[in-house]
Design a protein around this ligand. Structure first.
Ligand code: SIN
Length: 279
């Protein structure tokens, strides 16, 4: 029989929450449900000292949601469910450096990600997270009314396709893909797990507002992008081996800092499947 155990969830300034005292390998069903709801409500939760094998990480992720395999990132040798987010000592370009939310180019964008730090540089390599509930809430009623009913186009080819963003870098293997989906989503979504409104456009994958010119789109999106990363919506997380973040792609952005050249950073990422966001 499951007993009720309230997790120790401490909201953080800017974005997210810290969950203390939980070894996810031993989490009860109630704790998993509370954790999932905290991810929906706070956008991202951080846990420290999780000594997980790949099997443990996969088992934990599966308890949160079905797993979806990322198309573009290298996989760990034995576990296709786990993508390697890695930058070696000699590499210049990192993965995920720039504000984005994962898989917004999919018809049913990924619900979230479970990122586990395996090897971290002596300093640097933090990740920034931004709260798209708070960013939306802080807009004026006038702009909220303008955004209501707007839809945006999202694409992946300019990043991961032939000649995509990574092609000119020292990580060309991340570009050149043929499977480059596109999707249209509302600019403001109602989050299916929290019922709250969130801004759902992002600088990496949103390519324009449906029915607007390129210039008009650029003006509106440029304003929203500047607004969304104001310091009051952003949390910086510093990793050490065993740190883990579980984030919700529908209500946060993230940005991996690339400030540790000459050192290796290795993260294991599992992506959680999502649902269509409704148009
Ligand atoms: C990602 O964008 O999924 C990578 C985030 C990170 O490495 O901190």
């Amino acid at each position: 029989m499951q007993t009720h155990t309230a997790l120790d969830i401490r909201p953080l300034e800017g974005c997210g929450a810290l969950v203390q005292g939980l070894d996810v390998r031993a989490a009860s069903d109630t704790e998993i449900d509370e954790l999932r709801q905290a991810v929906f409500d706070r956008g991202v939760v951080f846990l420290e000292d999780q000594q997980l094998t790949p099997e443990d990480q996969i088992a934990f992720a599966r308890r949160l949601a079905p797993i979806v395999v990322n198309r573009y990132f290298p996989k760990t040798e034995r576990y296709p469910e786990i993508a390697k987010v890695e930058k070696g000592e000699a590499q210049i370009t990192n993965i995920g450096g720039g504000w984005h939310t994962d898989h917004s180019y999919d018809q049913a964008p990924a619900m979230g990600s479970v990122l586990l730090a395996i090897e971290t540089p002596p300093s640097g390599g933090d990740t920034l997270f931004a709260d798209m509930y708070a960013a939306y809430e802080a807009l004026s009623d006038g702009l909220k009314a303008t955004l209501a009913g707007l839809r945006a186009h999202h694409a992946s080819a300019h990043v991961f396709g032939e000649g995509g963003g990574y092609a000119m870098s020292d990580r060309p293997e991340l570009s050149g893909h043929k499977d480059v989906p596109e999707a249209i989503h509302p600019v403001v979504i109602v989050h299916p797990g929290s019922g709250k409104k969130a801004l759902y456009v992002n600088p990496a994958f949103t390519t324009g507002i449906v029915g607007w010119t390129r210039e008009e789109s650029r003006a509106l999106l440029g304003y929203l992008y500047e607004h969304a990363v104001k310091p009051q919506f952003v949390r910086r997380f510093a990793w050490r081996p065993g740190s883990m973040a579980v984030w919700d792609n529908r209500c946060t952005w993230h940005n991996a800092m690339n400030d540790y050249h000459g050192h290796r950073r290795l993260m294991h990422r599992i992506t959680l499947d999502g649902v269509p966001l409704g148009c």
